[in-house]
Design a binder for this molecule. Structure first.
Ligand SMILES: Cc1cc2nc3c(=O)[nH]c(=O)nc-3n(C[C@H](O)[C@H](O)[C@H](O)COP(=O)(O)OP(=O)(O)OC[C@H]3O[C@@H](n4cnc5c(N)ncnc54)[C@H](O)[C@@H]3O)c2cc1C
Length: 354
């Protein structure tokens, strides 16, 4: 049994933890340390496949304006933050394109569309299309640079339990932490019994999602179309056409699995909608040729995300409730949390000179 002391543990390997570490690295570059921080990132993407690698991962404004709702404000700021991040870092695995939103056929859906976009006919916006495998690889490579600025270790291991100031892995390694950031996505709620003292992780719903991905060469430019119930997007770097995605509330967290039926139904509805607006990409496709990807999203009431401390633990932080917007919101969460966490670390190790 090994015991290690850590100033900070980042638990997770999805978009929220990787983007956090990237922003943290930028802060460390600006504020050099006077003594080294011991930081470990821990996750096991084989046993617990991240939602982030099974995501359609596009980010667009969807007609949001500032000042109408707290979620709208977050999404608005998140879109601007992603824009800035892309301009400053030119990451691999992000394509900039446009997306076209189409109103549905019936009056209810046309009125909903009118409220959101201020018009009754199709509308086009800018959109950032992430290709998860490429982007996550890119950002993980960037985050390796942390080793130059602190004592950064990466552990591929299952987290068995977190109690008091201890994280214990499946191999009974003990990591004692001053600060912990939990970015375990929906799994934190699915496995709430592993974190008996952190009540905050019990809350929220688990919503599964799945989509089809078809091999299709439709050129070198990314594009997307959204409809009432779903969307199609094109990833030129992988030459994949994506049709999705389902949203199914998981009632029994331990046992419920993904059923294919809703995804097949959704596929046929989207195919119909696409044909209605003159998009015939699916006419020569066989549904059986589609690869199915699936993930678990985490959702709080009113779809509002949360990042910050898990009260009453003022040294345990979390990023949660990213639901359908994890690729945008992670950038805003990272921007806001890095400052708070650096202040906490500073008071525990007095290692940072501001
Ligand atoms: C079908 C689908 C489509 C989506 N489309 C979009 C979209 O178009 N745009 C958008 O912005 N968002 C979209 N989302 C949502 C987005 O993908 C998520 O909000 C986001 O990926 C959540 O990231 P995360 O880092 O919080 O969690 P995750 O990516 O799930 O990461 C959790 C991490 O914790 C690790 N972990 C958990 N428990 C343990 C344990 N006990 N031990 C070790 N490791 C553990 C996992 O291995 C993983 O690395 C979609 C989601 C789905 C399912």
């Amino acid at each position: 049994m090994s015991i290690e002391n850590k100033h900070l543990i980042v638990f997770g390997g999805g978009i929220s933890s990787e983007v956090f570490l990237f922003y943290f690295l930028q802060k460390l570059k600006k504020h050099p340390l006077t003594s080294p921080l011991k930081i470990t990132q821990i996750f096991d993407d084989i046993t617990f496949p991240s939602c982030s690698l099974n995501s359609t991962a596009f980010v667009c404004p969807r007609g949001i304006k500032k000042g109408l709702s707290p979620l709208g404000d977050h999404l608005y700021e998140a879109f601007n933050e992603v824009d800035l991040f892309i301009k400053e870092n030119s990451p691999a695995g992000v394509n900039i394109g446009t997306i076209t939103h189409h109103p549905g056929k019936d009056e209810v859906s046309i009125n909903k569309f009118l409220r959101r976009y201020g018009q009754q006919i199709k509308t086009t916006e800018n959109c950032f299309y992430f290709t998860p495998t490429i982007f996550i690889n890119w950002i993980r490579k960037q985050n390796e640079e942390l080793k130059q600025f602190c004592d950064f270790k990466k552990k591929h291991s299952e987290v068995k339990i977190i109690k008091h100031d201890k994280l214990i892995t499946i191999n009974d390694e003990i990591l004692l932490f001053d600060n912990l950031l939990i970015c375990a996505g929906a799994y934190a709620t699915i496995q709430e019994n592993r974190y008996p003292e952190i009540d905050a992780l019990k809350f929220g719903q688990v919503v599964s999602g799945s989509f089809f991905s078809f091999n299709q060469d439709l050129g070198e430019t990314s594009f997307g179309h959204t409809f009432d119930e779903g969307y199609c997007i094109y990833r030129p770097d992988l030459k994949k056409l994506i049709i999705g995605s389902t949203s199914i509330k998981i009632k029994n967290k331990e046992t419920e699995d993904f059923s294919l039926h809703p995804l097949h139904e959704l596929y046929h509805r989207i195919k119909e909608e696409m044909a209605r607006v003159g998009l015939n990409y699916l006419s020569s496709i066989l549904i059986d040729d589609g690869e199915i990807q699936k993930g678990y999203r985490h959702k709080y009431s009113k779809n509002r995300p949360y990042w910050g401390i898990t009260s009453p633990h003022n040294n345990i932080f979390t990023i949660r409730g990213l639901y359908k917007n994890g690729y945008g919101l992670s950038f805003l969460a990272a921007k806001e949390l890095t400052t708070t966490l650096l202040k906490n670390l500073n008071s525990s190790v007095r290692a940072i000179t501001f």
